[in-house]
Design a protein around this ligand. Sequence first.
Ligand code: HEM
Length: 410
Amino acid sequence: MTQVDFASQEFLTNPYPSYARLREAGPVHRVQGPMGVEIWLVTRYEEARAALADDRLAKSLAHAPQWMRDQQLVSGEDEGVAGRNMLDTDPPDHTRMRRLVAKAFTRRRIDRLRPRIEQITGELLDGMARQREVDLIAALAFPLPITVICELLGVRLEDRDDFREWTRMMLTAPLTEEGAAQRERARRIREQYLATLIARARARVDRAIDPDDQPDLISALVVAADERDQLSERELLGMVQLLLIAGHETTVNLIGNGMLALLTHPDQLRLLRDEPDLLAGAIEELLRYDGPVERATPHFATEDVELGGVTIPKGSAVLVGLAAADRDPAHTPGAEELDITRADRGHLAFGHGIHYCLGAPLARLEGQVAIGGLLRRFPELALGCAPEELRWRPGGPVGILRGLEALPVR
Ligand code: HEM
């Protein structure tokens, strides 16, 4: 069994050399994490893509191994609300839940948000212009996506520090008894917060209005749940929670990791400044090169599954290494290099299959507006510290996210 300490500082700072070694050794690994827990990790592109599309590798928490329950990493089907969002379910429940919000995230609907996203970005860039040195995460990468998702959902912006806090509590808790207790506390606080949010929406919605015409997504979901029986109470809470977390914890990292990659590759940065038409392709390359989601959320084997010549036993938890797969040289020649002119060969940064990121059009748009805006507005932008001094945020004990604590720029 291979030892990988996902939470170690070394791994957090730069997991890519470890991934290269693992990829070389094989496509699928039985890995021992902290506290001796056993988990499977997929590191090569072909197998990663196949795993994401394999319906024997389910998402429903009913299939999760006991140690994940003991650690409060998942809650059982009948406990709490956390277990009922589309990302943690399989068809037909997944299909029903995803359909309810899919319309709000189509490319056309998202394109209509462009002027508002540009306006928010413009204001944040104005704020940056007044300082010589600034933390790009605090000044732009964090506030932009959170403001957008709050407006889309109908959540008060002043609440944002609260839900950032419980996300952080979940992510920083180690795989220990104390860590499990911390996760349990965070879960309770979060559930209370979400219940209040929904109660507020219930008090304001006009039930005569069709869900599609409601002014915000939470109102639309409340009507879908109350008037049409399309969503249970737990699913309603789970959906709002997923959209809040997915909508802000990821795009932060696209802007942060993406700008770090450009600032540490001056030739690529110059090229993008000289040829702004490369922006859309550059965003795809930044997603591939150092994407926001390092590993997909766990899948669970509902039977013995053979993948890349390895048998994953029934009941196992499987992590698909999106970042490892996206640097697989067998799929992307010269994969360790950043090349913004590269033709996209189908990176996995947004996942693949039925759980492919619902928010991808929104994330791409925010990434383009933020990174494009930064480069236009600040042609002399430079990194404010040595890359080795940067701190990476803990992505959780089995870690899924990869992002910077802060990104000082001049
Ligand atoms: C799912 C990546 C932004 C909403 C996913 C998945 C990935 C991903 C990899 C699949 C996760 C898995 O299989 O475990 C990203 C990245 C983003 C981003 C890299 C930013 C650059 C967003 C935004 C939203 C969003 C802005 C909007 C609310 C969702 C939802 C799902 C999802 C709802 C679950 C879809 C399903 O289960 O059918 N995302 N995401 N994401 N994402 Fe995103």
